[in-house]
Design a protein around this ligand. Structure first.
Ligand SMILES: O=C(O)CCC(=O)C(=O)O
Ligand SMILES: [Fe+2]
Length: 340
């Protein structure tokens, strides 16, 4: 029996939208859908709660040619998490090395081809897939939602890719899933520590939660986490920040992490690629996705990002796989018969 496909749109079904791929990404193609108007609508709480649920299910949601300004973008970041039930102590993230300019504030990250956060550790000669990451997982209380508005773009290139952590979990064999559920991993923001030292910058502190303090920029999280909004299990290690599986030897950890990073970067059936146009907005869920920029362009590319802080990652042993709940076909585990 196949379950009816679940629609997480709720009150947003009045707007035209489509799924970019089966497992990740939904787009609102018309600029008549403006986030600025959703924020001020009489039923804004209902619309924003449904948007938070939609992003939690679909991983990333794209909006076309938005007029939202940075003040409203921050309000959106705050209200999405609040309506989705984040702890009252969680606010917008202040990046450890966020640029502070008069027009912007410490809780806005400037994403720029000119340098800063988005370029830390970048090397032109390195493999493009080295860029896969989930934002700020070195924080003890990491992010729930992130909102990026791109205002300056090259003529061509500079796409962003996202991958689904739900599908990354669901595609593993039951034996491997079970093994990973017993593990935790060390996440480390060493690149930002080094950049702060080189440029003589002070590490901002606290960073959106009373628990996100200090300059060590390290945290231990479960390798598989339960998403508090959807209840689905997601893979929660990323190439950008995860350095070590705590319970394994160094060699075992290196090999396992290498496998999991390849699992994310080489399975393009769990990815979506977005080609930006000026003033497009992407909202993604940092609890159940990975993403990477594409550094294939010439010229200036710039946007403003707001990252909000969610809850401490946890694994609820009774939580379920997304495929199971949605009635989608099972994973790739092979029966012993097929092996013979
Ligand atoms: O520049 C991009 O495409 C993505 C940058 C990024 O990783 C972010 O905004 O979190
Ligand atoms: Fe990022």
């Amino acid at each position: 029996m196949v379950a009816a496909p679940f629609s997480p749109l709720g009150s947003l079904s009045v707007y035209n939208s489509y799924d970019e791929t089966p497992h990740i990404g939904t787009r609102f193609p018309s600029k008549s859908m403006q986030l600025s108007r959703i924020l001020t609508a009489p039923n804004s709480d209902e619309l924003l709660k449904d948007l938070a649920t939609l992003v939690a299910h679909r991983g990333v949601v794209f909006f076309t040619d938005q007029d939202i300004d940075i003040v409203r973008q921050k309000e959106l970041g705050t209200r999405l998490g609040e309506l989705a039930g984040k702890p009252s102590t969680s606010t917008l993230h202040i990046h450890p090395i966020s640029e502070q300019t008069p027009e912007l504030t410490a809780d806005v990250s400037v994403i720029s081809s000119e340098g800063g956060i988005a370029r830390t550790g970048y090397s032109k000669s390195a493999r493009a897939s080295n860029g896969w990451h989930t934002d700020i997982t070195f924080e003890p209380v990491p992010s729930d939602y992130a909102i990026l508005k791109m205002h300056t773009l090259p003529a061509v290139g500079g796409d962003t890719l996202w991958a689904s952590g739900y599908e990354a979990y669901d595609k593993l064999s039951p034996a491997y899933q079970k093994f990973l559920e017993g593990l935790t991993a060390l996440h480390d923001g060493g690149g930002f520590r080094e950049l702060a030292q080189q440029e003589n910058r002070i590490i901002n502190d606290p960073r959106g939660s009373p628990e996100n303090t200090g300059s060590h920029l390290q945290a231990v999280h479960p390798v598989i986490r339960t998403h508090p909004v959807t209840g689905f299990k997601s893979l929660f290690v990323n190439k950008g920040f995860t350095k070590r599986i705590v319970e394994l030897t160094e060699d075992e950890s290196d090999d396992l992490l290498a496998y999991l990073f390849r699992h994310v970067s080489e399975n393009h059936d769990m990815q979506v690629r977005f080609r930006w146009a000026k003033n497009d907005v992407a909202i993604w869920d940092n609890r159940c996705t990975f993403h990477t920029a594409t550094n294939d362009y010439e010229g200036l590319r710039q946007g403003n990002r707001v990252v909000s802080i969610g809850e401490k990652p946890f694994l609820d042993p009774n939580s379920q796989s997304r495929r199971k709940v949605l009635g989608l076909e099972g994973n790739n585990a092979v029966s012993s018969k097929k092996l013979m």
